[in-house]
Design a protein around this ligand. Structure first.
Ligand code: RB5
Length: 153
């Protein structure tokens, strides 16, 4: 699987750890930054990663900031993205099987490195269940991408 990963300054060390975790599990990882702990703006990194996933260039995305919240709010603005901020492996698994989430967002100030590794492993290993009700609900989520866009003139 091709996974894109990005973090703001708060998530730099956890990003390094998770690149190792994903690489060791045999995934191809593209690191979109940031590369230093100098203060930066998480939406810039969220959108860069979300565009790669939405275009199909990457299969999944991992985004890290202090809480995971800013990254998820930002990534979910990109059409085609279903980004889930999670703090435990069960939620990561359900975000895949029920919501077909394509990006997982983590808070480096919320979860430790071992839990974060379990979350990411669960996220990339779990398929969408494909059950009729989940397909219908995810379809309704994706219809919102278009439904709420102002008419173009
Ligand atoms: C940066 O201090 C922090 O606000 C950011 O990493 C993130 O937690 C925002 O949601």
């Amino acid at each position: 699987m091709h996974v894109v990963i990005a973090a703001d300054h708060a998530g730099i060390q956890l990003k390094r750890d998770l690149i190792e975790t994903l690489g060791a599990a045999g995934h191809t990882v593209t690191d979109l930054g940031a590369q230093s702990e100098e203060s930066c703006d998480y939406p810039d990194y969220a959108v860069a990663a979300a565009n790669k996933v939405a275009s199909g260039e990457a299969d999944k995305g991992v985004l890290i900031c202090g809480t995971g919240i800013g990254m998820s709010i930002s990534a979910n603005k990109v059409p085609g993205i279903r980004a889930a901020a999670v703090s435990d492996p069960v939620s990561a698994k359900l975000a895949r099987s029920h919501n077909d989430a394509n990006i997982v967002c983590l808070g480096a100030r919320i979860v430790g490195p071992e839990v974060a590794a379990e979350i990411v492993q669960a996220f990339v290993a779990t398929p969408f269940s494909g059950g009729e009700r989940h397909v219908r609900r995810v379809g309704k989520i994706m219809a919102l991408d278009c439904a709420n866009r102002p008419e173009e003139v």
